[in-house]
Design a protein around this ligand. Structure first.
Ligand code: PAF
Length: 261
């Protein structure tokens, strides 16, 4: 496995690649959610590239960006085990030669839910995803359903800008207690990890969104939103200083009950 940090070197390598290319964009601090995307990409493509780039422009709080764990050594060891061919890990200066003066923004979907609570997040995310797709030129790119609104926005950008890449959506990977895996979970202690399971439990319950919100608040979560749309129930909550998001597909059972409650 080759780890490439230099943009020029990367461009030369990309020119030389033959066959189908799968791409998994990440910000590192990898867990099984990421490795499952990589394993699927490995099965479906001749060459697999994973990027590790902690994108400063998509963090709407400086502290969150600073606290984001950088674990390049451990990440590369995991990726090597899965048989990833290239890890592309450029510097912020290489990715933003324009000092982020050129941006990709979406004006409707990006304003809802996550967009309301994380202003600027989706513009930073779409901008970096477009740059990474241009640099890696994959046939397929793999995104998790855990960040469902991100996935929808990436698909929308691909269509709107006629990008020649297939977006492969992959199911959320969960811990045994049902909690969606997230790099932020490493900031939770054992008790908090147990408590976090309530979020996914309530999302799949047949309680209304309001009732889910109330129960979470009673248990000490600070709730930003619980909403049913796009065929899913989505939520964002704070557990002390850690922000958690999750979403589940609406089954017939809970759609019926949400609608009638
Ligand atoms: O989902 C993520 O980890 C990031 O938003 C992504 C897609 C790697 C862009 O920085």
């Amino acid at each position: 496995m080759n780890v490439i940090t230099d943009l020029q070197q990367w461009r030369e390598i990309r020119k030389s690649l033959k066959g189908s290319v799968g791409f998994v964009p990440t910000m590192g601090n990898l867990h099984e959610g990421h490795t499952s995307l990589c394993a699927r990409a490995r099965k479906e493509n001749d060459i697999v590239i994973a990027s590790i780039f902690v994108n400063p422009t998509q963090f709407n709080q400086a502290a969150d960006f600073e606290q984001y764990q950088r674990t390049l050594g451990a990440d590369c060891a995991l990726l090597k085990k899965i048989g990833i061919d290239y890890v592309f890990s450029p510097s912020p200066n290489a990715i933003y030669p324009d000092s982020y003066e050129v941006q990709v923004s979406e004006t409707r979907l990006s304003q809802e839910l996550e967009g309301e609570f994380r202003p600027g997040h989706f513009t930073g995310m779409l901008t970096v995803v477009l740059k990474l797709l241009n640099l890696t030129q994959p046939h397929r790119a793999y995104f998790g359903e855990k960040d469902f609104q991100q996935l929808m926005l990436v698909k929308k950008m691909i269509e709107a800008l006629f990008l020649p890449v297939e977006i492969i959506a992959c199911e959320t990977v969960r811990a045994k207690n049902g909690t969606a895996l997230s790099s932020r979970n490493t900031r939770l202690n054992t008790l908090q990890l147990e408590k976090a399971a309530l979020l996914s439990e309530l999302l799949v319950s047949d309680c209304s969104d309001d009732a889910v919100k109330k129960q979470l608040e009673q248990q000490g979560f600070k709730v930003e939103y619980v909403a049913t749309k796009w065929g899913r129930r989505l939520a964002a909550v704070w557990l002390d200083k850690v922000r958690l998001i999750d979403n589940v597909p609406m089954t017939e059972r809970n759609i019926k009950n949400v609608a009638s409650s």
